[in-house]
Write a protein that binds this ligand. Structure first.
Ligand SMILES: *Cc1c(COP(=O)(O)O)cnc(C)c1O
Length: 412
């Protein structure tokens, strides 16, 4: 069988291998599967999460606060671990707010963003005493009324849809029309209304994009976000206490992609926090990361049910698919489908390899987890592992589609 000479996937070295098995949280994969009691499942390695946070802290200036954007992975036990490791939790719904509070996050350290907040979610937020990133004039008016009704003034930051241009190969691109945040040019008016309504203004929130592997691009976005916030601060009804510069740090998935080097971002944030000491003396700089903190620490495991050969092509039919892992199937924001890093996790030392496609049990050709990939030769009972699955996995997948059982999740 001819195997391509290019690497099958981005470098995956975060999990050790012992006796031919992938080891997660100290447990060999087959033992881990036995402990879970069923396949398919997601497993998240708490040691790797702690290590990622520690590595990032080492290059971040101590004054910069690190938040976890929990929509990346809202598993309650994992959120509880993040509460212990980071400085704050960013939630995107009333449901996530409940999980973060249950996990022990302090209301002071929770912020809430999202383009369509229901009135009841805003009531929950004000009653809990968390920071609301306001994204429209409707939210400002509603929060004013809710504050009066509850007798508790809402804490707010303004989420800004930036107007700055990012240069890319000589082409200038504006911030453009977005459903997120308030357009920068309308922010002075929003700040005036916040002041008039007696809301507690605390700062700004800017988020320019997700899954970026280029440190220079992130540095540039953070630089421009800082400049914009500084300009807007002149219109604010109170000093800026928090300046959230967003996240967007990416992780490698596909062949040829490499890990982001966060060092230049740390150096730039150090320079920005020195400037902030003079220019926004009461402000804390915040970054909020989802995928980067948890994505590489998680795997998805599904068992081979059947091995079929159709007109010469090998199909490994598994007990889970896009119903549990939409993004690995290429249907969560990918333009061209590419394979996630996939291995046969109980045959890591196998010398016999073959080209096979990994598919799930659903009656749709979209249910494809790996398209013609070089894998260890697998049989029914073997365990397919998809790496880089700690973020936007279980909760970002259509689990009810076709009525298969929900996926299990464990933190080890
Ligand atoms: C989704 C989201 C994040 C996290 O994005 P990642 O790419 O996972 O780091 C951060 N902030 C806001 C407002 C978000 O909506």
């Amino acid at each position: 069988m001819i195997l391509s000479s290019t690497p099958a996937h981005a470098p995956m070295d975060q999990f050790p291998v012992a006796s031919g098995e992938l080891v997660i949280g100290g447990l060999p994969l087959t033992q881990l599967a036995a402990r879970v009691g069923a396949t398919p499942f997601y497993a998240y390695d708490r040691g790797l999460i702690a290590q990622r946070v520690a590595q990032l802290r080492a290059i971040l200036p101590p004054a910069v606060k690190l938040h976890y954007a929990m929509k990346a992975n809202p598993m309650p036990a994992l959120v509880a671990q993040m509460v212990r490791l980071v400085d704050g939790i960013d939630v995107a719904s009333g449901g996530e707010l409940k999980v973060s509070l249950d996990a022990g996050a302090k209301p002071r350290e929770i912020s809430f963003a999202g383009p369509g907040k229901r009135e009841n979610e805003l009531i929950q937020a004000v009653a809990a005493g968390i920071l609301v990133n306001v994204e429209s004039f409707r939210e400002i008016a509603l929060l004013a009324r809710i504050s009066r009704q509850l007798g508790v003034p809402a804490r707010v930051a303004v989420r800004v849809n930036p107007d700055f241009e990012l240069k890319a190969s000589g082409m200038k691109m504006g911030g453009g029309p977005k459903q997120f945040g308030i357009d920068a040019e309308a922010v002075p008016q929003a700040l005036a209304e916040i002041g008039k309504a007696g809301l507690v203004f605390e700062g700004f929130h800017l988020f320019s994009g997700s899954q970026n592997l280029k440190a220079e691009a992130i540095v540039e976005a953070q630089q421009k976000s800082y400049e914009l916030a500084l300009k807007l601060a002149a219109h604010a009804p109170a000093p800026v206490l928090t300046l959230n510069l967003g996240g967007g740090f990416g992780i490698p998935y596909f062949p040829g992609e490499e890990r982001l080097d966060p060092a230049p971002i740390g150096a730039n944030l150090a320079a920005l926090s020195e400037r902030a000491e003079r220019e926004l003396p009461r402000a804390e700089l915040v970054i909020e990361l989802g995928r980067y903190l948890v994505g590489e620490a998680g795997i998805y495991v599904t068992r081979v049910l059947d091995r079929k050969i159709s007109r010469g092509q090998v199909f490994l039919v598994c007990d889970g698919g896009l119903n549990h892992h939409l993004s690995a199937s290429g249907n969560f924001g990918q333009v061209i489908r590419k394979n996630y890093p996939v291995v046969i996790g109980n045959k890591m030392d196998a010398t016999e390899k073959e080209v096979a496609s990994v598919v799930g049990p659903l009656c749709t050709p979209l249910d494809l987890l790996a398209d013609r990939l070089a894998l260890a030769k697998a049989e029914p009972g073997d365990l397919v592992v998809i790496f880089q699955s700690g973020a936007y996995g279980a909760s970002a997948s259509p689990q009810a589609f076709l009525g298969h059982p929900a996926v299990a999740e464990i933190l080890v």
